[in-house]
Design a protein around this ligand. Sequence first.
Ligand SMILES: [Zn+2]
Ligand SMILES: [Zn+2]
Length: 310
Amino acid sequence: MLELAVLGSGSSGNSALVCLGETRILIDAGLSARQLCLRLENLGVDPDSLSAIVLTHEHGDHTRGIDVFCRKRSVPIYGTTHTCAIVRENVKSEIPWHHFEAGNDFMIDDIKVESFSVPHDAVDPVGFVFRCNRSSLGVVSDVGHVTRMIIERLKGVDTLFVEANYDEVMLQNDTHRPWSTKQRISNRHGHLSNDQTAELVRQIASENLRRVVLGHLSSDCNAPDLARQVIIKKLEAEGLNGVLVECAMRKDPLPLCKTASEEAAPPEISPEEIDEEKPAKSARVCESTGASAPTPSASVEEWSQTEWAF
Ligand SMILES: [Zn+2]
Ligand SMILES: [Zn+2]
């Protein structure tokens, strides 16, 4: 069963972790190496135990930790040929690069990784679907608009990690950013608004969909509760009421959580177990990996990096 954790998500840095047993894949490495290590350790994951890093695109908020992180450990990096060519320019460490073309599928141990092109102002941006026999996780971040291909590739996943960057009204009313920046954010190669994300979720949702994690939220042109409500309302209008919708924020990692298919089919409980006075387990509480218990924000301090836009 795949597990997903989000180490951090937002304009100042993005990184998530997908696990299947001993296979641990980092999706993007846009936090400082120090924060990557700290946050992995807080999840009970040894930074030296990563199987691979896969890259969505070359922007600094997705790649800035790679060089320093990989100086101490040789982690294979998977990216499209064009993305790797740009990222390599700023990397001095010896890294085993694995190139693929957008649209290719490849295996990392027992996890099948499917890639597909997305529209964004980067050289060759991609989204992913991670699959093992019973679970599927779709990942799309930094997407200017929703394409037919995105919908086709994500349809039927049980867990979706997707950006919900801004609220349209809050962006229009924002007085800090020049008009040109607002245009760059909201154009067809920028980022998704809450409404666009909700429409994407509606289109890919099936009875398999159990969990939606929203990421890359703007710190001042969006709000977690607002973003969640927009998506939940859209799902409810489709009669999909049981989907867990949560936000991954830039300071607070989301702990490792099994994809929801397993939660949907809990093991049978014997009569003796029912008699035991155990506290009821909320369906909204994620199970950890069984490694050391995560303490998400305990020793995580805010990092300071300039935001170019969102
Ligand atoms: Zn980004
Ligand atoms: Zn980007």
